[in-house]
Design a protein around this ligand. Structure first.
Ligand code: C2E
Ligand code: CA
Ligand code: CA
Length: 589
């Protein structure tokens, strides 16, 4: 391999031409070449590592041939035209595959990039020997240059964002690599401007129509460019996301510059833009040229954007420690699938619920536990929100539902009358077959409907998709009880209680923890219990940690309690032993 071959192959690959579909603009030039030389064969032949691949071809069946002894490969090496008027008279090619396939004539011109690298050749081949005039040589070279112009035009178009006309992410990557060669190790900052929170983008699409964001993006790009340093190049790297580079200065200077740009966007007063819907933030990622991958620069700048959104600060500089949080979330999201397959990382624990009057245990709440092989115990409060909107939500729910029903059936056949409640997220209800699968599984295990209860939060109950509504109705019709979890934390109005046909309300622990010390909590809890009872709900208080709270709840006529005072969440074996001993009866003094 020659010294220049790796660079040549890299140039070829960067143009992303290999194994792409035919294109009329290339086929047209190849037809011209074939007519000009009056040959049955003409092709644009690209010299890949071990093969000649034809971007366009006439008179050739295969899409590619081996590179060995192919004249086009020689052209790629020499970067010079190659005319072989009679192949039989050429020492190098007399025994080659062209002659074996009946060809006698070959002429090729190199496809030269602006840097002087030959990607391959435009070639023609015929069955008879043929002398080539100077004029025809020149014409062949001209056609080869036309092909290169076409290739370079297409390439540059693929580096331009069609909506803003700005260079895109691929161009950013290329420019950063080139800059790293010119100024290695120089400290720069990437400023990533995000016009709209990515979570809001689909809502905006739905509400404002698909053209809205394109217009916003174009106007914002234009406006940003106007206020940037003229030497700065602005890139459109994603929907409503721009990036540009700034020489690193002190933190204050960087943040001031970001806020200046942000103000420009907020002040945008184009007729097309409904400014209230745009919440621009700028994430700044400092890095040394050549020492960070372009994708990492963008990732860290995006992470800074999220920090800025969270802190409502408008702009933020990438912070390693905050990023650790994202890395952890990313790792958890990646590791949940293997956890589902491993079989021993996930388990359910059961937290007893007792009747206030009698102290009898009537049931338990199934709570998920994940013991991560490296990170240890992970709280469901941390990982469930992460996967709730991913395709993993369904297998995880299935696992949890299976596991809870199996356990519940076991206890049922041992003679315990318990109601096991399981936590169901809004996404489960969006799954059309959820109710059907759950009911079939209960049937399969011979579990009575009264042995199961589903806990849903207010927002999940009010998600109100028609699929969710139908699921809920089917479950209720089958006799499954529905509990409103974290009651009191979601909606400021209680009128929805009339609409939602649930059976149980579980008052959130935030009201219960301060029940005896905060008069406001007491007033609220009293009112909640009163309203819930009037509407026919059974009331459960969560987070009961001491006897005083228990007694107060008894006075307020709360029906059931759950919390560390009764028991912490227990493994099935612990729960069974706990049941045997029971909870001290007649709690109410
Ligand atoms: P949640 O449904 O409100 O569950 C009650 C949480 O309070 C549990 O935390 C429980 O361990 C904790 N807790 C119980 N008694 C006390 C107490 O006396 N004092 C205090 N301070 N805390 C108490 P956990 O198990 O970490 O679960 C957190 C949340 O994760 C749950 O809140 C629930 O929303 C969700 N979750 C748990 N398991 C599942 C599941 O299987 N599926 C779904 N979708 N969500 C689940
Ligand atoms: Ca719950
Ligand atoms: Ca709860």
């Amino acid at each position: 391999m020659s010294d220049r071959e790796p660079a040549r192959l890299q140039a070829l690959r960067q143009l992303s031409l290999l194994d792409t579909s035919p294109h009329e603009s290339f086929d047209r030039i190849v037809r011209l070449a074939s007519q000009l030389f009056n040959t049955p064969i003409a092709a644009i032949s690209l010299a890949d590592e071990h093969r000649q691949w034809f971007k366009s071809r006439i008179g050739i069946e295969q899409q590619g041939i081996a590179r060995f002894k192919a004249p086009c490969a020689e052209i790629a090496r020499s970067c010079k035209p190659l005319i072989l008027p009679d192949l039989l008279k050429s020492e190098a090619y007399r025994d080659g595959p062209l002659v074996r396939s009946g060809l006698r004539f070959y002429a090729g011109a190199p496809l030269l990039t602006q840097e002087g690298v030959a990607l391959g050749a435009l070639c023609v081949a015929g069955l008879e020997p043929c002398e080539v005039s100077e004029a025809k040589r020149t014409a062949l070279a001209d056609l080869a240059s036309m092909i290169m112009s076409q290739i370079e035009l297409q390439h540059s178009l693929s580096r331009i964002d069609p909506f803003t006309g700005l260079p895109n992410r691929s161009q950013f990557t290329e420019d950063l690599q080139a800059k790293a060669k010119e100024e290695p190790s120089t400290l720069y900052c990437a400023f990533l401007t995000e016009l709209v929170d990515s979570i809001e983008i689909s809502t905006l699409h739905r509400v404002m129509g698909p053209n809205y964001l394109d217009d916003v993006e174009r106007d914002a790009g234009f406006s940003l460019q106007r206020v940037l340093d003229p030497t700065s190049r602005l890139y459109a790297i994603g929907q409503c996301q721009f990036v540009h580079l700034v020489k690193a200065t002190d933190e204050e200077g960087l943040l001031n510059e970001a806020l200046r740009l942000r103000k420009q966007l907020i002040d945008l007063n184009s007729a097309r833009i409904v400014t209230v819907l745009i919440h621009p933030v700028i994430g700044i990622s400092p890095f040394r040229l050549g020492e960070a991958e372009p994708s990492d620069v963008l990732r860290t700048a995006l992470s800074a954007c999220q920090d800025a959104r969270r802190a409502e600060s408008g702009a933020s500089i990438y912070s390693m420690s905050l990023d650790a949080g994202y890395q952890r979330r990313f790792a958890l999201l990646n590791d949940i699938r293997p956890a589902l397959q491993a079989g021993d990382q996930l388990r359910l624990v059961y937290q007893p619920r007792v009747e206030v009057k009698s102290g009898n245990c009537l049931g338990a709440e199934a709570l998920l536990r994940w013991c991560h092989p490296v990170l240890g115990e992970i709280s469901p409060a941390e990982f469930i929100p992460l996967i709730e909107h991913t395709p993993l939500a369904r297998p995880l729910t299935d696992w949890m539902v299976h596991s809870a029903i199996e356990q519940s059936a076991l206890w049922h056949y041992q003679g315990h009358t318990l109601r096991i409640s399981i936590n169901v997220s809004a996404t489960c209800l969006g799954d059309e077959a959820f109710a059907q699968r759950l009911l079939a599984l209960m049937e399969h295990h011979g579990l009575p409907k009264a042995a199961l209860e589903l806990e849903l939060t207010e927002s999940a109950l009010l998600g109100k998709g028609c699929v969710a509504r139908a699921q809920l109705q089917a479950l209720i019709a089958a006799g499954i009880k529905i509990a409103i979890d974290d009651f009191g934390t979601g909606y400021s109005t209680l009128s929805y209680l009339q609409e939602v046909h649930a059976h149980v309300v579980k008052i959130d622990q935030s009201f219960i923890i301060g029940l005896c010390s905060e008069p406001r909590s007491q007033t609220l809890v009293k009112a909640m219990i009163g309203i819930a009872h009037e509407l026919g709900y059974l009331v459960v208080a969560e987070g009961v940690e001491n006897d005083e709270t228990y007694q107060r709840l008894a006075q307020l006529e709360c029906d059931e309690v759950q919390g560390y005072l009764i028991a912490k969440p227990l493994t099935p074996d612990e729960f069974q032993s706990w049941l045997a001993v029971g909870y001290p009866q007649a709690r109410v003094e």
